[in-house]
Design a protein. Structure first.
Length: 156
């Protein structure tokens, strides 16, 4: 059968970790990007006023912050999904984390997705659906069962 859930989980966790590190790096460089966008010596387009340049830089800074926060949230989800895959708890969550990982870091997410798809038989089976007629429940030892009434015989 093989052990495919373990490399799938590890690759998924690596994908999420790279996503967290990349998003944190983006957050760290946002002030530098903002300063570079508003520095008058670096401006080559003289059609924009300094107020317009500052407005555009502020807008782009907000976009970068939003992208970094979404990246961190997605990466945390990917790490959680990879952890569930390592423990073989939820194949669906592991698969979802591998798919989301495709948007974060493709080189590790593709093999994680392949391993996760192949690892489905290794995960805990789901509870079986009970048939329409339930089976009788066993009585635990040491407890008394309810009295059984004898069938009544009608008088002849």
């Amino acid at each position: 059968m093989g052990n495919k859930a373990q490399p799938a989980g590890i690759l998924t966790i690596i994908t999420g970790s790279i996503g967290v590190l990349g998003s944190l790096a983006l957050l760290a460089f946002i002030p530098l990007i903002h300063n570079a966008m508003t520095d008058p010596t670096l401006q080559t387009n003289s059609n924009l006023t300094p107020a317009e340049i500052k407005t555009a830089a502020d807008f782009m800074t907000g976009v970068f912050v939003f992208m970094a926060v979404v990246g961190i949230l997605l990466s945390v989800f990917i790490i959680i999904a990879g952890t569930y895959a390592l423990k073989r708890k939820s194949w669906g969550l592991g698969l979802a984390g591998s798919i989301v990982g495709l948007f974060v870091f493709l080189p590790t997410a593709v093999p994680a997705l392949v391993f996760m798809a192949l690892a489905r038989p290794e995960f805990e089976p789901r509870a079986q659906v009970v048939s329409a007629s339930p089976a009788p429940t066993p009585v635990a030892s040491g407890t008394s069962s309810p009295p059984v009434e004898p069938p009544s015989n009608p008088p002849s």
